[in-house]
Ligand binder design. Sequence first.
Ligand SMILES: Cc1ncc(COP(=O)(O)O)c(C=O)c1O
Length: 318
Amino acid sequence: MLHAMAGRHPGFAAQGIAYHRGAFVPMEEATISIATHAFNYGTGCFEGIRGYWNAEREQLYLVKLRQHFRRLLNSAKLFRIDIRKPAEDLCEIAVELIRRNGYREDVYVRPLAYKASPIIKVGLLNLEDAYCCFTAPMGAYLDITNGLKVTVSGWRRNDDNSIPARAKATGGYINAALAVADAQAAGFDEAILLTHDGHVSEGSAANLFLVIDGRLITPAAADDILVGITRAAIIDVAGRLGIPVEERRVDRSELYVADEMFLCGTGVQVAPVASVDGRVLGDGKLGDVTRQIQDTYLAAVHGEMPEYLDWLTPVYEP
Ligand SMILES: Cc1ncc(COP(=O)(O)O)c(C=O)c1O
């Protein structure tokens, strides 16, 4: 099994204490039945939130916590899952969970809302809803120092009228998994998915930005993307750095002629792309605009820039 992952990070293992069905329990006790509806039919939705450890201040900062839980509640609404808690309570549970685990390192938080009934029947009505949240220590999800080799996938992004990408559905990730697994099997690091009408959508677990003539260009929300919280953060950073941003329909061929390109997301952070389908972007090295965005983003999420502290929720008492 592991040899298939040679050279790639195998992922991050969940550990410690989890929150499941209203209680904090050891991870081994946070289990579900194999008959669970969400396990059988993908009827769940989730979030991925990062916390960055600032050793100097002995503080762990959760990034855009409220925005993540607001998006979770919207996803849940779409899938008729009633979490029965407002965003504020979900934020508090996440903070308490990290405190109980005592993390003093970078961490990833994974809340999930799902159809819990052990019922064999497709649908969303008259099923029990459940909520859980677990954590894992997490470093880089993708390499963010050397440029990635990406390919345009033959798999199309699931469209808004099949499985809305805007909602972070557990079942929807089979689309991303097909694309990234085939890309990796062919020797690439990551896949770029197109919409059904052949325009650029996003990566398997990341949004993307191109740099063309000093402008940042990113596919529009209507192009079947998960409307990323990091994407919004980067648009914010670009505005403060005076870099113009266009959110618009992006042609596939623009990927091949862009000066720079990077992927962004909670897990991915800001990951530069070196080549697309073998065509080297710029000189294949980290571009100036990407470097500026990456430096600012990483400093901001580590709590090193006072002007971005409103992005962050500190976990521990100062
Ligand atoms: C498909 C997909 N697109 C984009 C993103 C980026 O979203 P965010 O910045 O909110 O993490 C993610 C998740 O990280 C994702 O899974």
